[in-house]
Design a protein. Structure first.
Lengths: 195, 195
C-alpha cells in the first residue's frame, strides 16, 4: 500500500523510485484493529501516523469523563498529537483506530534524520502543515459562524461519504451533538433531499 | 527592525549575515496605521505578514454583519489568509492593524522564489506552520472543553499582558463574549486576585 504514500508525496515534491524507497525506509508499516488505541492522553506522543487504508480518530476526555472527538484521519491524512510529538511533552489527546487500518508511522528521531538526509521532505511537510493549518482556520470560522445544526448540514453536504462511513456516535461527538439529535438532523436532511 | 526577523529565523535555522541579507531582500517592510485594512474578505490574499512591531488582527463578518476576530498577531507572529494565499482564491477573512505597526510582507511569487533559492526556508516555514497547527489544535481543545467563562479566565491568566494590550471590544469578539460580559468577568478576576 506504500504507493498511496508515494502518490501523496508526488502531489507536492518530485522523487525518483530510488529516492522513494530510501525515504520509505524511515517509516514502519503497522496494521491496527478497529478500536485499538495507538496513543494515550497523558503519555508522550512518539509517532506520526499516515493512513494508507482505514480511519483513525483523535479524542480527549472532558471534565465529565466524556470522550470528545476532535479530528479524523482517512486515507492520505496525517494524524498525531503534534505539540507532544515536537516537544516530547505529555499528549493532550488520544488516538484510536475507527476501522481496521494500515498505517505508516515515523518516530521523532527518524523524522529529524529524514529531514537531514532528504531536505526535500521539509518541503513536503511544509505543505502538509500549511494545508492542515489552513483547514483548521476554516474550521474555526465554522465554529464561530455556524449553529451546531448548520455545522452538521455543512459537514454532511461537504463530506457525504465520510459522514456515512464514520460511526454516528463518533460523528455526533465531533460535531458537539448528542447521538439522538444527530439522528433527528439526519432524518431531516434525508426528508429534505427526498422532496 | 529586521533583527527581530533574524532572531526568529535563528530559532529554527542557521543563516549567516550574508544569507540573511539576501533572504530579507525577498520581503518588503511596510508601516501601517492603527485601523488600516491590509486585506479584505472576498479579495485574493496576496501577502503574508510578519509583525516586527505592533499588532494585527484577522476577522470575518458574520451573517448578522458583526465582525468576529479569529486571530491576533503580535511581534514575531505570521498572519495571512493561508488558504487564499496558497490557492490564490477569494479570502474568507480580512486583516486589519490593531496598533500602528511595522510589518514584513512577502507575496506568493517571491515566496516560491525564496523557497527555490534558499531551500533552508522550507525548514523555517515547516516549523512556523507546524507550531501554528499545533496551537490551533490546542485552541480546538479549549473551544470543545471550556465554557466561554472558563475560556476567558484561561486566556486572561495565560496571556495577561496580551489581554491588557488588546482593545477590550476586540478581545470580547475573539472570545465570543459581549463587551459588557467581558467587563464583568474582568472585574470578577481582579476582585479574586485582590483577595
Amino acid at each position: 500500500m506504500s504507493h498511496i504514500f508515494k502518490q501523496h508525496l508526488q502531489k507536492f515534491i518530485s522523487v525518483s523510485e530510488e529516492e522513494f524507497e530510501a525515504i520509505l525506509s524511515y517509516f514502519k508499516t503497522i496494521h491496527v484493529s478497529k478500536k485499538e488505541i495507538l496513543q494515550q492522553e497523558g503519555k508522550i506522543c512518539r509517532w506520526q501516523y499516515f493512513v494508507l487504508t482505514g480511519c483513525l480518530r483523535k479524542f480527549m476526555t472532558n471534565e465529565k469523563g466524556v470522550e470528545v472527538t476532535t479530528e479524523f484521519a482517512i486515507e492520505t491524512w496525517w494524524l498525531s498529537d503534534n505539540r507532544s510529538f515536537e516537544l516530547q511533552a505529555e499528549a493532550l489527546f488520544s488516538i484510536q483506530a475507527v476501522e481496521n487500518s494500515e498505517i505508516l508511522t515515523i518516530d521523532s528521531q527518524s523524522m529529524e534524520k529524514l529531514y537531514q538526509d532528504f531536505p526535500i521532505m521539509e518541503r513536503y511537510f511544509r505543505f502538509v502543515y500549511q494545508r492542515a493549518f489552513a483547514a483548521y482556520q476554516m474550521r474555526i470560522k465554522y465554529l464561530y459562524t455556524f449553529s451546531k445544526e448548520d455545522y452538521f448540514f455543512h459537514f454532511y453536504d461537504s463530506y457525504p461519504q465520510f459522514a456515512q462511513r464514520i460511526p454516528q456516535y463518533l460523528l455526533a461527538s465531533f460535531l458537539g451533538l448528542t447521538p439522538e439529535y444527530l439522528s433527528e438532523l439526519r432524518k431531516k436532511r434525508v426528508t429534505a433531499t427526498d422532496r
